[in-house]
Design a protein around this ligand. Structure first.
Ligand code: ZN
Length: 145
C-alpha cells in the first residue's frame, strides 16, 4: 500500500493590462490594471482532479498593490479578461545588475511616455528574484552595469 496525498493546488494565469486606465489609490499612477486568476484544484497525489473555482485579483502594474475581487467586480473582471482589445498601457520591466556591487535594480519603462519608474534598487539577487516572481514577470530584459 502506498501513501496518497490529498491537497489543494492553484494554477495562476496573468492577464493584462486590461480595461480602462485607473488611478491607483497608492502610487497615483494611471494605467490599465493587471489581472491574475488563480484556479484552485483538489488533487490526489498531485494529479489535479476536482476544480474548486477561481480567485481573481487585480493589481496596479506600477506599485503592484492589489486586491481580491468579489461578487460583481469578479463578474465584470471575468468579462474584461476575455476582452481582446489591444492594451494602451505599455510598461516594460527591466533589470539592472551592478556586477561590482553584486546588487540588482528593477525598473519599469513606460514605452508610451518615455518615463522610467524605479521599483526597487540595490537588492541582493534573492530579493530581486523574489520581487520578479511576486510581480509574475517571466523573462525580462536584464543588463549589466
Ligand atoms: Zn500603484
Amino acid at each position: 500500500m502506498g501513501t496518497f496525498y490529498y491537497g489543494v493546488e492553484s494554477f495562476k494565469k496573468v492577464y493584462g493590462p486590461k480595461g480602462e486606465p485607473k488611478e491607483c489609490p497608492f502610487c497615483h499612477k494611471v494605467y490599465q490594471e493587471t489581472y491574475v486568476k488563480f484556479n484552485k484544484w483538489g488533487h490526489l497525489d498531485f494529479i489535479p482532479l476536482i476544480p474548486l473555482g477561481a480567485d481573481l485579483y487585480h493589481f496596479c502594474p506600477v506599485c503592484f498593490t492589489g486586491d481580491k475581487l468579489v461578487k460583481d467586480e469578479k463578474k465584470a473582471a471575468k468579462k474584461l479578461v476575455k476582452d481582446k482589445t489591444a492594451p494602451t498601457t505599455n510598461l516594460v520591466p527591466r533589470g539592472v545588475h551592478h556586477k561590482a556591487e553584486k546588487t540588482w535594480d528593477l525598473f519599469l519603462d513606460d514605452k508610451n511616455s518615455g518615463e522610467t519608474f524605479t521599483i526597487q534598487s540595490a537588492m541582493k539577487k534573492g530579493e530581486y528574484k523574489k520581487l520578479k516572481k511576486d510581480r509574475f514577470y517571466k523573462k525580462i530584459q536584464e543588463v549589466e552595469q
